[in-house]
Design a protein around this ligand. Structure first.
Ligand code: NAG
Ligand code: NAG
Ligand code: NAG
Ligand code: NAG
Ligand code: NAG
Length: 576
């Protein structure tokens, strides 16, 4: 009865909704349509953006500048501070004025010390060596230049590259201006779950299938060791801060919490993990145009349908012994007809050193002078154009972030020889994605290289995964517009929530500006935020109940036992 009643009520409800909808629809079909207004009102939105990178170099600057170019098109006024004469020399970013700080790229931190550079590239450089390469004095140098520029342009928002750039975040907080962070990976810029780690720490990008010992080491011991080494850096940073009148702090993330962070990466490449609303993936950020093939490269590629491309990028090098092994492998692959040609970018290879390995069996000088018909030697190469060519079948790379993105985008399987820093992690990620195999710079053999290239060329899985990920990368490469949107969102929030100071400049508090995105737990403190009080109480109650229950059971048992014994004794005494 009740069932039938509720059923008819349900039908009635449905009917009335249907009628409503129908009426609504007929009314609408009689009227005309209007266009949704998607224009944004950008009047009075603060416009001056200061972007900074203390490392510089294409892999840091190009993605940042791609986003900044979009913002320039939308009417923002952008200035860049970075080492090397980057924007003036480029075709795409010329309109962005740059304050040049320090000499050539990448490297204001590393180039000054050739010995250290060699140690990092040629030996086993863990984070201890990396931290040693850190020069705290640079904090002051860059801080002062950023500050001067910020005052000159009357900055509204900072866009800071994450790498060795604490001064940028500090300055933004000091001047009470909004700041957006940028990094290619969330690994060190955010707190990651323990099942994600990094080869820089002597661990792996994913700890999923590691033993208990490895997981303990990577979750507890390695981070403690890292903190021990890092504490010296923090202490010298704090000295510099104190001298500059900047508030000192020991938590390296305290100026990066509660601000928007953009990560130039994407799932498929990056091992998945949950992330905060403030941490947004916007990669892969890639330019829309790239330098084309030279006529010589074009005809070489057209004449060699199975070409391997070799390049270690613009910053790193490996030992001449390793280069000799790599070249030998290349010859072997051509001899065995696995590939029919190779494009070889020498960039940082020391040719003089390499020549001393030349002999009759292995005529390196001939090869390097481009007298060998199937190997095309070039100092620099238009990498993206080479990778885009259908005849480029495999890429032997150091696994830098831009190379990885470009290789994925063009669906070119990779053999990765990581040399330093994030390249070890990238190599693991690419291998996990099923589009690459890895080499070790300490253990190169011709047989191993030949075997791996053969696998990359012949196994169907590498091709399939490359195509699948290429699709993902192409879709996600639109997200640089999303990145620009997000920066606009921050700067627009300041327009409404900023407080005018005496000079009429807007000031904000980075701890609350993005309140729509900041999760409640950050304000609740550690214990309340993690619900340790609630779960703790529950566990205590639960344990008390269990203990109470066991105690009661014991009591009852003892009582029954005594009673039973008493009865037996009684009956015995009766019988007697
Ligand atoms: C940077 O490069 C541009 C274009 O090549 C050149 O005109 C300018 O003088 C350079 N600036 C510096 C400081 O080297
Ligand atoms: C950008 O800002 C600078 C400094 O305030 C100013 O000199 C320049 O004219 C501005 N450029 C544009 C395109 O508004
Ligand atoms: C770990 O092992 C499981 C089961 O063999 C497998 O499905 C998974 O892909 C492995 N994960 C990694 C990261 O290798
Ligand atoms: C190449 O190596 C030789 C010998 O080790 C050295 O003298 C020379 O300076 C190196 N050249 C470069 C450009 O590093
Ligand atoms: C060197 O590489 C070979 C082939 O991949 C491997 O079998 C061997 O265990 C490696 N040796 C070391 C010391 O890593």
């Amino acid at each position: 009865m009740l069932l039938r009643y509720s059923f008819s009520l349900f039908t009635l409800l449905h009917l009335s909704i249907f009628t409503l909808f129908f009426v609504h629809f007929t009314v609408e079909s009689q009227s005309k349509f209007i266009q949704r207004d998607s224009l944004l009102d950008r009047t009075d939105v603060p416009k001056k953006i200061l972007a900074t990178s203390s490392v510089g170099g294409g892999s840091h600057l190009i993605p940042m500048l791609e986003i900044l170019n979009i913002l320039v098109d939308r009417g923002y006024n952008v200035t860049l501070v970075a080492p090397g004469n980057f924007t003036a020399k480029s075709d795409s970013y010329r309109s962005i004025p740059q304050i040049i700080v320090g000499d050539v790229v990448g490297t204001s931190i590393l180039n000054n010390d050739q010995e250290l550079l060699k140690k990092i590239f040629l030996e086993d450089a863990d984070f201890t060596t990396m931290v040693k390469s850190f020069d705290a004095e640079l904090y002051t140098k860059f801080y002062n230049i950023y500050k001067r520029t910020a005052e000159e342009i009357n900055v509204d928002l900072f866009f800071c590259d994450f790498a060795i750039n604490d001064q940028c975040f500090d300055l933004a907080w000091q001047l009470e201006k909004p700041v957006v962070g940028f990094s290619s990976s969330p690994m060190f810029a955010t707190i990651q779950p323990p099942y994600k780690s990094d080869p820089v720490l002597g661990c792996h990008v994913t700890m999923e299938n590691e033993s208990f010992y490895e997981r303990f080491k990577c979750a507890i011991i390695k981070p403690l060791q890292f903190i021990k080494v890092f504490i010296k850096v923090l202490s010298s940073l704090n000295n510099q801060r104190a001298n500059l009148g900047v508030e000192t702090h020991w938590n390296p993330r305290s100026r990066m919490d509660n601000i928007l962070f953009l990560f130039d990466t994407f799932f498929g490449f990056e091992p998945p993990a949950p992330k905060l609303p403030l941490h947004q993936e916007i990669g892969p950020v890639l330019p829309d145009t790239y330098p084309d093939l030279t006529p010589a490269l074009d005809s070489f590629l057209n004449a060699h349908p199975r070409t391997m491309y070799f390049s270690l990028g613009t910053n790193v090098f490996t030992s001449p012994q390793n280069i000799v092994i790599l070249l030998n492998s290349c010859l072997e692959l051509i001899n065995q007809n696995n590939i029919d040609g190779a494009i070889w970018a020498t960039v940082k290879t020391n040719i003089t050193e390499l020549m001393s390995f030349s002999n009759i069996d292995f005529p390196i000088s001939d090869i390097l002078n481009n007298n060998f018909p199937h190997i095309h030697i070039t100092k620099f190469a238009p990498q993206f154009a080479i990778l885009s060519h259908e005849n480029t079948k495999v890429f032997l790379s150091q696994g830098g972030i831009s190379s990885s993105h470009e290789s994925i985008y063009t669906a070119t399987p990779m053999l990765v020889l990581p040399i330093m820093g994030d390249q070890f992690g990238n190599a693991e990620k690419l291998e996990l994605a099923g589009i690459a195999l890895r080499l070790s710079k300490f253990n190169l053999t011709v047989d191993d290289i030949v075997l791996k290239i053969k696998r990359l060329l012949n196994e169907e899985n590498f091709k399939k995964n490359s195509k699948r990920l290429s699709f993902v990368a192409k879709l996600n490469s639109k997200r640089k517009y999303r990145a620009a949107d997000l920066i606009e969102m921050v700067i627009n929030t300041m327009k409404y929530d900023g407080i005018k100071d005496d000079d009429g400049n807007l000031k904000i508090n980075n701890n609350v500006l993005l309140k729509d995105w900041i999760t409640a737990n950050t304000r609740m403190g550690f214990i309340r935020g993690n619900y340790i009080d609630v779960y703790g109480t529950f566990i205590v109650l639960f344990l008390t109940l269990i203990v109470g229950f066991i105690y009661a059971c014991l009591k009852v048992n003892i009582f029954l036992y005594t009673w039973y014994k008493y009865r037996i004794n009684n009956s015995k005494s009766k019988k007697d």
